[in-house]
Design a protein around this ligand. Structure first.
Ligand code: FES
Length: 90
């Protein structure tokens, strides 16, 4: 089974089908849940290829806040379908 690992929280979550990261509210802090506030920003440490592609909302927000680190994602915009290691940034 694929595993999501959250480094900062020291937590791993096993899942069977693709999972929306927005479902993991007890580990990741969310605000707007629509790609506008940046509260759910996460850093992908490993397994970026196992996340859905970056959305236009993510591109827009990271451009707005001048964040150029390509490993940054918005959890509310991501779905995982394989092993991923993440770190929260907030
Ligand atoms: S919760 Fe606001 S951008 Fe994800």
């Amino acid at each position: 089974m694929p595993i999501l690992t959250f480094v900062k929280a020291g937590v791993s979550v096993e899942f069977t089908d693709a999972i929306d990261l927005i479902e993991i509210e007890d580990i990741i802090m969310f605000g707007c849940k629509s790609g506008n506030c940046g509260t759910c920003a996460i850093k992908v440490i490993n397994g970026a290829e196992n996340l859905t592609r970056k959305t236009a909302r993510e591109d827009r927000l990271f451009e707005l806040i001048k964040e150029n680190d390509s490993s940054m994602r918005l959890a509310c915009q991501c779905k995982a379908f394989g092993d991923v290691v993440l770190s929260e940034v907030n």
